[in-house]
Design a protein around this ligand. Structure first.
Ligand SMILES: [Zn+2]
Length: 319
């Protein structure tokens, strides 16, 4: 969608040459708070919800680390407006400029705030960059539909640095860059060796149901195993609270395996997608927010692939 169509869609009046934002757009403000989780290390914790016009897409976890060379930022949020609020918070908290931004993966809640940072400072895995080039505008259009005016002015910004190296050092902080797969086909986990904080991106969810639109579950289980083996003190998941007991790994693994088991059984029992969505949630997952909604979405994402894999071909080879 181009800028003019977005502008019209959002109901702004006046001439196309000089677009004027509706006055009420000024009231769309993100209330972001920095929480210190380790030496020089701060996080902004998103709501455990789906995208709504009430939350403006403030549903994602962001981190920033203040080094003697400047600030390292992990993910940038769902919109330009979020990016502006984040940049202001970073400046207020650290008094320093941003020197590096990492995008953990290509989902829009993690990287549509990119445009407030310098393209040449933003680093991501090569497949994250190619994925954004192919799908980023579609993601952005979808968030315009879901979030409306919160998205005004947001334009996709592609990271300028493909991560083909395994670590980077800024001041006293050494960041190990761990390419993984499973939530998407390029998921970047980042270990800060100086603090022991493992930034897991959306490979880990905690008390907020995992999302699966680009998931490969077998690869995701492998990634969770690798994260478990990576020496760390604390995990910062992509959604949900800070985790010092690996509960985010356990819960994500157990939830996805349970979900896959339910779906496989449904395929084998000949259920359709609507019937398959009606699974009852076991008590151990009762703390997980938006689980019913995400199960419905996951059935839509995963069921066709499982049917293709598990159901015998009909009418082939019998001719
Ligand atoms: Zn994601």
């Amino acid at each position: 969608m181009d800028k003019i169509r977005r502008h019209l869609l959002l109901g702004a009046a006046s001439s196309l040459a000089m677009p004027i934002l509706p006055a009420y757009a000024e009231t769309f403000q993100y209330d972001l708070k920095a929480v210190r989780i380790a030496q020089n290390s701060y996080v902004v914790i998103g709501k455990r919800e789906f995208f709504t016009k009430e939350n403006g897409g403030d549903i994602v976890n962001i981190a920033f680390i203040s080094t003697s060379e400047g600030v390292v930022v992990i993910d940038t949020g769902p919109s330009q407006r979020y990016g502006v609020a984040l940049k202001k918070l970073i400046k207020q908290t650290t008094g320093k400029e941003v020197v590096r931004v990492y995008n953990t993966h290509f989902h829009p809640d993690h990287c549509l705030g990119n445009q407030v940072f310098k393209t040449q400072d933003i680093a991501a895995l090569p497949k994250t960059i190619s994925g954004l080039k192919v799908s980023g505008d579609g993601f952005s259009d979808n968030l315009y539909r879901l979030l409306g005016d919160w998205m005004l002015g947001t334009e996709l910004t592609i990271p300028g640095i493909p991560i083909t190296f395994s670590s980077e050092k800024f001041g006293e902080h050494r960041f190990e860059l761990l390419p993984m797969q499973g939530h998407t086909d390029a998921d970047l986990a980042i270990l800060d060796h100086t603090t022991g904080v493992l930034y897991a991106g959306d490979l880990c969810f905690l008390d907020r149901a995992a999302t699966t639109p680009h998931a490969d579950l077998q690869k995701w289980y492998e990634a969770l195993k690798s994260l478990r083996k990576t020496p760390h003190k604390v995990i910062f998941p992509g959604h949900g609270p800070v985790d010092s007991t690996d509960r985010s790994i356990d819960q994500t693994d157990q939830y996805l395996r349970w979900l896959e088991g339910q779906l496989v059984a449904s395929v084998k029992n000949g259920k359709d997608m609507i019937e398959a969505s009606q699974m009852s949630v076991p008590p151990e997952f009762k703390s997980i927010d938006v689980i019913k909604d995400e199960i419905e979405r996951s059935v839509a994402h995963l069921y066709p692939g499982l049917e293709e894999k598990l159901l015998p071909f009909v009418g082939q080879g019998d001719g």
